[in-house]
Design a protein around this ligand. Structure first.
Ligand code: PEP
Ligand code: MG
Length: 595
């Protein structure tokens, strides 16, 4: 922390999304149940306090009723869970005990509710019966819903913001981030968040500067403080001096000019000096991003993360809703291809209306294809929508998190069943849709040869592949410094997948964040990756990088680096061999202020 200028505070975090913004801070709290305070209620106000609790229960029940009403067909079979929750709102242990505590101890409703939930939890902790244990979890969830109604909003509410601000939060979930309105928010900074978190991926898509992993920024910044966010280097300056603001206005202008320079050439083909042409595709999470894909010269969509639509709904979407959305994206992009990835839910992307399994390690849990194979109705709805949308333009279908051949066969059989059903009904669909899988689990790399027999393409998801190979939680700021795509183990895995693709004659793409970084380009080209997919905003710089490189020289270079033993040495070699060349397109003012 730098206090040289009496007021100015410089904090370093992780670059979430590049760009510079200057503005006023707007703190959003999401502490919920954990930070409930205790205060005394005079006797004369007890009746009101009890009424406040009863109102919160009433509102919580209304919320639940709405969720039940909008439950999709797929979920109807689970309506009983919500019905049980409905009854639990007035369960004696929860409802009566909370009121008793408000009255007997003369405390606020939040505190009474929190204590009651804790007491119930402790009571059930000593019981081994699994049914009763799950009942305890239900009561806790109901209690939390009531609590949210007592303390305020469930989610970050952007609707109160009336001027363009910089959001300062402990954490923003991917769902929060995907609801950000650009006309209100210039940038954001958070205490939590790691290098390849979905929150930062969305921030990059929205092109708003952000810095994550600042640890305690919410304690340091006050509402309305002026602050500078330099997302390019992952640094923020709180209460900057006039001189600093003037300096950053110039930097902000230069960054804009740099971006404009790159975008001007974004529609030229990405051809290496020796004539190899690459297709640069875009990753999108939301339909609105299609415009940005086109503006930035994307040759198609290499990864459509479909779960974000699900996250913005109140119940699992119906087939028609999905079909219409996919169709409109496909039509907007045609004749350029769109790769639609099936639902990659759980892990860090949880749906508010679908109870996530109680897992110690969600990243290793029932996520993505594992979830879909358990909930086949939900999976079927999505597959039908994709197969039907594929009648309206070139669509590829992609499955995430495949980790074994058995799983691959089960997915293939299920896809065939869904196709057969559509055929029998006479519903038009594309029977010849290309099918691929994400390679993002080390096991899939090792058995890539057998998996290749079932698919038309591989797409390497380096975000997860690095996470699982190096055992580094991609969301965890404490180990963010170890998250390195240049780790020799990662590079050897990439080489193996690329070699299998060549041998089996299937296309190998990459859609992880590694494909966003111009300095990685010599390696990606040299490894023989056929196609790259990235944030739309990264496309112009990556196209420019390709135009500066020579394919054969990059292949020889990769042969050399694959013999090296450390990521540091590999980075040094990239700097020595390509530093000068790439400095033509890498943002120059990439330096941090003193801290
Ligand atoms: C990946 O893991 O690299 C990937 C592209 O998928 P996601 O970031 O959505 O997990
Ligand atoms: Mg992934």
């Amino acid at each position: 922390m730098n206090n040289k200028n009496s007021e100015e505070i410089v904090l370093n975090g992780i670059s979430g999304s590049p760009g510079i913004c200057i503005g006023r801070a707007y703190l959003v709290g999401k502490e919920g149940v954990d930070v409930v305070g205790k205060y005394y209620i005079p006797k004369s106000n007890l009746e009101n306090e009890v009424m406040r609790f009863k109102n919160a229960v009433h509102n919580a029940k209304e919320e639940l009723k709405n969720a039940m009403d909008s439950l999709s067909e797929d979920l109807q079979e689970h309506v009983y869970i919500l019905e049980t929750h409905m009854v639990l709102h007035e369960d004696k242990m929860l409802y009566d005990k909370t009121i008793e505590m408000i009255e007997a101890s003369q405390v606020n409703a939040e505190w009474a509710l929190k204590s009651t939930i804790r007491n119930i939890g402790e009571m059930f902790d000593n019981i081994s019966d699994p049914y009763l244990k799950s009942r305890s979890a239900d009561i806790t969830q109901v209690g939390e819903r009531i609590m949210r109604n007592l303390v305020g909003e469930e989610e970050v509410d952007f609707s109160d913001i009336d001027k363009r601000v910089i959001l300062v939060a402990n954490d923003l979930s991917p769902a929060d981030t995907s609801r950000i309105q650009l006309e209100k928010i210039k940038g954001f900074v958070t205490n939590r968040g790691g290098k390849a978190s979905h929150t930062s991926i969305i921030a990059r898509s929205l092109e708003i500067p952000s810095v994550l992993g600042l640890e305690s920024v919410t304690d340091t910044v006050k509402n309305d403080d002026i602050m500078i966010v330099d997302g390019t280097i992952g640094q923020i300056i709180i209460r900057p001096t006039k001189e600093t603001i003037a300096e950053y206005k110039i930097r902000r202008q230069r960054y804009k000019e740099y971006k404009a320079y790159l975008v001007r050439s974004s529609n030229l083909p990405a051809k290496t000096l020796d004539g190899y042409e690459f297709h640069l595709m875009a990753n999108i999470e939301l339909a609105e991003e299609v415009v940005s894909v086109k503006d930035n010269g994307g040759d198609g969509i290499g990864l459509f993360r479909t779960e974000f639509l699900y996250m913005n709904m109140r119940a699992f979407p119906k087939e028609e809703v999905l079909f219409e959305q996919y169709k409109s994206i496909v039509e907007l992009m045609a004749p350029r291809p769109v790769t639609i990835r099936t639902l990659d839910i759980n892990g860090d992307k949880v749906l508010s209306y679908s109870k996530a399994p109680d897992e110690v390690n969600p990243a290793l849990g029932l996520r993505a294809i594992r979830f879909c194979l358990k909930r086949k109705n939900i999976f079927k709805t999505q597959l039908r929508a994709i197969l039907r949308a594929a009648m309206h333009g070139p669509v590829k279908l992609m499955f995430p998190m495949i980790s074994g051949l058995g799983e691959m066969i089960e997915v293939t059989d299920f896809l065939n069943e869904v196709k057969a059903e559509l055929r029998e009904e006479g519903t038009p669909f594309n029977d010849k849709i290309e099918v691929g899988i994400m390679i993002e689990v080390p096991a899939a790399v090792i058995i890539a040869d057998s998996l290749a027999d079932y698919v038309d393409f591989f797409s390497i998801g380096t975000n997860d592949l690095i996470q699982y190979t190096l055992a580094i939680d991609r969301e965890n700021r404490h180990v963010a410094h170890l998250y390195n795509p240049l780790h020799p183990a990662v590079l050897k895995m990439l080489k193996k997948v690329s070699d299998v693709g060549k041998r089996k004659n299937i296309q190998v793409c990459m859609c992880g964040e590694m494909a966003n970084e111009p300095s990685n380009m010599p390696i990606l080209i040299g490894l023989g990756i056929d196609e790259l997919s990235m944030n739309p905003q990264a496309i112009p710089a990556m196209k420019n990088a390709i135009r500066l490189l020579d394919y054969k020289r990059a292949s020889e270079f990769v042969d050399r680096i694959l013999k090296e033993k450390t990521a540091d040495r590999i980075q040094e070699m990239i700097d020595e061999e390509y530093g000068n060349i790439l400095s033509q397109i890498i943002y120059k003012e990439n330096f941090r202020r003193d801290t």
